[in-house]
Design a protein. Structure first.
Length: 276
């Protein structure tokens, strides 16, 4: 049995119209899933590939998570949901998040809507004994002096992931998270298009490059966290940040060798690529 075969499984990626969410959606599609994505534009044709949007083969639905009436009106075209990926996100630059109205808008998008969508699909996830994956950010572990709302919302998402993982385990729903570092998407162009800013960022990343959308699906991220291979993994947020933070070892080398001989992955913090 291929644990990463999602043939016939229903997957919904909120924020799957572009960026990391779109990459995750396409990875599930490639594994045989029936993939639905949400975006804020009226039609899938309103998105362009140069924006990081590849929607061919995906079922697109226009739902703005900031509009409660649109969320309430959405009628799922499936009776159970195997995987819910919450990748909606908003970040504002040039200190716009110090404006209280904008601060609240970011919090509403990045945190409050995650809870609202989780509640919307709780019953369908329980029916499939499914899994929910929430995208946070490595910013949740760091100070981001220009983006207080983004930082606070992503830190909040970490806590929400842990809490829902514990609260919904009895319902057969696993809740896990991914915390990406800097990834080249339309949301990060303020950094990636500014060569001096990008150079300063790269100095803090030992791998010497930023992430791409293609980096995430092949790693131990959305697909494994949603598969039966990870059926005892719950309430965890997994870092995917190119060693953006200083890594720490929680296992001595001999224990890593024992895990390898047993065919077990190293803990995320102990992965050899993190400290070579």
């Amino acid at each position: 049995m291929n644990e990463l075969d999602f043939t016939g499984k229903h997957v919904l990626v909120i924020g799957g119209s572009s960026g990391i969410g779109n990459g995750i959606a396409r990875a599930f599609l490639a594994r045989g899933a029936i993939v639905h994505v949400w975006g804020t534009r009226e039609r899938k044709e309103d998105y362009a590939p140069e924006e990081g949007s590849m929607l061919e083969g995906l079922h697109y639905h226009k739902v703005d998570v900031l509009r409660s009436e649109e969320l309430a009106a959405y009628e799922p075209p499936f009776e159970s949901l195997d995987v819910l990926v919450q990748s909606q996100g908003l970040v504002l630059y040039r200190r716009a998040e110090f404006n209280l109205t904008e601060f609240r808008r970011v919090i509403e998008t990045n945190l409050n809507s995650v809870m609202a969508c989780a509640m919307k699909f709780h019953g369908l996830l329980a029916a499939a004994r499914g899994t929910m994956i929430i995208l946070s950010s490595v910013a949740a572990f760091l100070a981001t002096k220009g983006n207080p709302a983004y930082n606070a919302s992503k830190a909040g998402v970490l806590g929400l992931t842990r809490s829902l993982g514990q609260a919904w385990a009895a319902d057969g729903i696993r809740v896990n998270g991914i915390a990406p570092g800097l990834v080249e998407t339309k949301l990060t162009r303020v950094t990636t298009d500014d060569q001096s800013r990008l150079a300063a960022t790269l100095q803090r990343i030992p791998l010497g490059r930023i992430g791409t959308v293609g980096d995430f699906p092949p790693t131990w991220s959305a697909r494994p966290l949603s598969s039966m291979e990870a059926d005892f993994c719950d309430g965890r947020s997994q870092d995917e940040h190119g060693v953006h933070r200083a890594a720490r070892r929680c296992c001595p080398p001999e224990q890593l060798d024992q895990r390898a001989r047993a065919g077990r992955r190293p803990h995320n913090e102990c992965h050899p690529a993190r400290w070579r």
